[in-house]
Design a protein around this ligand. Structure first.
Ligand code: FES
Ligand SMILES: [Fe+2]
Length: 343
């Protein structure tokens, strides 16, 4: 498989009208999205096969995308028609699309990749964030799959620096996934965050995630327990983070955040405080983005890095990115896997 073969969340569905196309980039490919007839979503290469105009600068006419240069019309399946030469036949590359979880998802035609399924029963939707980061996919994923940075990089969610040595981190993996479970003392946070996020400074904080590679995404379960009684606090987050490579050295984060709601009243409260909760999530994401964009060296290779016990997954993830996501030959994978063993 190649990167474009996997389903990726590429655009909030509400941004797509029946009048104007929207251009996106994924895996270094420019693609024009538009709402076609019957409300389905068309996706074609953003380069007109006639004389290479950008199709996302055109408009949607009767469910087809019209190029702004000479008016050729493109259907959702990539069939092109020239108003001036109607007997001529032309096609362009088109993509499978689906609208789910408030997003437009896209993959290459003919791919057998499965759409990621969210398991959010008992949870209330909080927010979706979409953020481009000037850093390569591997380094962005590295940041989101270790907790050693949370005391110093993050504002509120994470572990206490002076007690970082107490944090336990457990790794388990399958051929297609890497899971990490971290447990340790929650860092000091302002009372307003504690009240809104349902935690206390010094709580036993569990950050349990699994990373998958078709496409590359991690699913986080975050919750807190009273350190004395062991009783779990009120809130439990479930967060899906997708890592879309846009172009070399640039990655799009798409974050879907949910919060457990055990009663209808709690669900209503979450809905009422969504803007605040979204801000809390966004603050943490921006902390990561600022750190990633300021890295002194953005070479994605782990060779030469002095890795700690929290970095055991870095090599495993590169092996799975190469093998599952990019579909590279096994020889590369074996090399990366052996690097993972030595971490
Ligand atoms: S370049 Fe698109 S119609 Fe001519
Ligand atoms: Fe982080």
């Amino acid at each position: 498989m190649a990167a474009l073969d996997h389903w990726h969340p590429v655009l909030p569905a509400r941004q797509l009208s029946t009048k104007h196309p929207v251009g996106i980039t994924l895996a270094n490919q420019r693609i024009a999205l538009f709402r076609s007839n019957q409300g389905t979503i068309g996706a074609v290469n953003d380069c007109c096969v006639h004389r290479r105009a950008s199709l996302c600068r055109g408009r949607v006419v009767d469910g087809r995308l019209q190029c702004g240069y000479h008016g050729w019309l493109f259907s959702a399946d990539g069939e092109a028609e020239s108003p001036g030469t109607p007997k001529m036949r032309a096609t362009t590359t088109s993509y499978d699309t689906v609208e789910k979880y408030g997003y437009v998802w896209l993959r290459a035609r003919g791919s057998q990749a499965k759409l990621p399924q969210f398991n959010t029963d008992g949870y209330e939707y909080v927010c979706t964030l979409d953020q481009a980061v000037d850093a390569p996919l591997e380094l962005v994923l590295d940041n989101f799959t270790e907790v050693e940075h949370t005391p110093t990089t993050h504002a509120n969610f994470g572990y206490e620096l002076s007690r970082m040595s107490e944090v336990q981190t457990h790794v388990e993996s399958t051929d297609a996934s890497v899971r990490v479970v971290n447990v340790g003392p929650q860092k000091r946070t302002p009372w307003i965050i504690q009240a809104l996020a349902g935690l206390r400074s010094g709580d036993r904080f569990t950050d349990d995630w699994t990373t998958y590679f078709s496409p590359v995404y991690s699913v986080y379960d975050q919750f807190w327990n009273d350190p004395k009684t062991g009783i779990e606090r009120r809130d439990r987050w479930r967060i899906y983070v997708f890592f879309n490579p846009l172009e070399p050295g640039r990655t799009q984060l798409v974050v879907f955040a949910y919060l457990r709601a055990t009663t209808p009243a709690r669900a209503a409260f979450i809905r009422a405080t969504r803007p605040l909760l979204k801000r809390i999530v966004n603050v943490e994401v921006q902390c990561d983005v600022a750190m990633l964009e300021s890295l002194a060296d953005k070479n994605p290779s782990i060779e030469g890095m002095k890795l700690s016990r929290f970095d055991r997954v870095l090599g495993m993830q590169r092996e799975r990115i190469n093998r599952i996501y990019y579909g590279k030959p096994q020889a590369c994978s074996a090399n990366a896997a052996s690097m993972a063993e030595t971490v």
